[in-house]
Design a protein around this ligand. Structure first.
Ligand code: 5RP
Length: 232
């Protein structure tokens, strides 16, 4: 296992310990969440933990089922806690960029529905300013997406249509496409940017998670975890 993966696992296992009997838990997407799902599955099997997961992607849905985790739709019951990874975590503010895995829309819906949102990541995800390492993913409806991309370009986003392999365009679980926008970096005023992007017809959602995270668990390869709290 790589150092980054060991760190992701440490953060994910710490987050799995936050889950209590009877909780409905939002399950994010990505490689860090895969460790979370494995850790929760172990707790279900070995400790008899009773929990219900609300998956944010078809991938997490399938994985959780293989680990014996009971699943529900987001509207079935109030979500006590959502746990998810991130592509960037801004030091101090706990603002995030998410969506390099392509599940940002469902992830944001679940994060906003949850009473608490905890982010799990390795230290490589910490940045001083959003946009430092990751482009900003923007989910766009397929109808007229090239015209929408021109509006993103007008704002300076330098949008690039995400593809899976070769020429195949990546399509989200919601049936939309994603434009990765490296041109907004460094993102000094993310609230204004979110407002500008949200006002473009065709933009479904952005990977800016600005007032969502209550806590970040940052793992290290040696298994230690640093807890960062968002002070409101
Ligand atoms: C998916 C996401 C992921 O949480 C993000 O990409 C982090 O992924 P990983 O845990 O694999 O580093 O936002 O849409």
């Amino acid at each position: 296992m790589s150092n980054a993966d060991l760190a992701k696992r440490a953060a994910a296992e710490a987050a799995a310990r936050l889950v209590e009997n009877g909780m409905v838990v939002g399950l994010g997407s990505g490689s860090t969440v895969r460790h979370l799902v494995a850790a929760l599955g172990r707790r279900v099997r070995e400790e008899g933990l009773r929990m219900v997961g609300v998956p944010t992607s078809t991938e997490t849905d399938a994985l959780a089922l293989t680990h014996g985790i009971t699943l529900a739709e987001p509207d079935a019951a109030p979500i006590a806690l959502a746990i998810d990874g991130a592509d960037e975590v801004e030091r101090g503010t706990l603002r995030l960029i998410k969506g390099l895995g392509g599940a940002l829309l469902r992830e944001k819906i679940v994060a906003e529905a949850a009473q608490r949102f905890v982010v799990i990541a390795d230290a490589g995800k910490l940045v001083d300013r959003l946009g430092q390492h990751a482009p900003l993913p923007v989910e766009v409806v397929r109808f007229g997406h090239a015209a929408t991309a021109r509006r993103l370009a007008d704002l300076g986003g330098q949008p690039v249509l995400r593809r899976v392999q070769g020429e195949t365009v990546f399509v989200t679980d919601g049936g939309n496409v994603i434009y990765d926008c490296a041109g907004f970096a460094p993102i000094r005023d993310p609230f204004t940017l979110q407002r500008q992007l949200g006002s473009i017809a065709g933009v479904v959602e952005t990977g800016l998670f600005l007032e969502h995270a209550d806590r970040a668990l940052i793992g290290s390869p040696d298994g230690t975890v640093t807890v960062l709290e968002h002070v409101r």
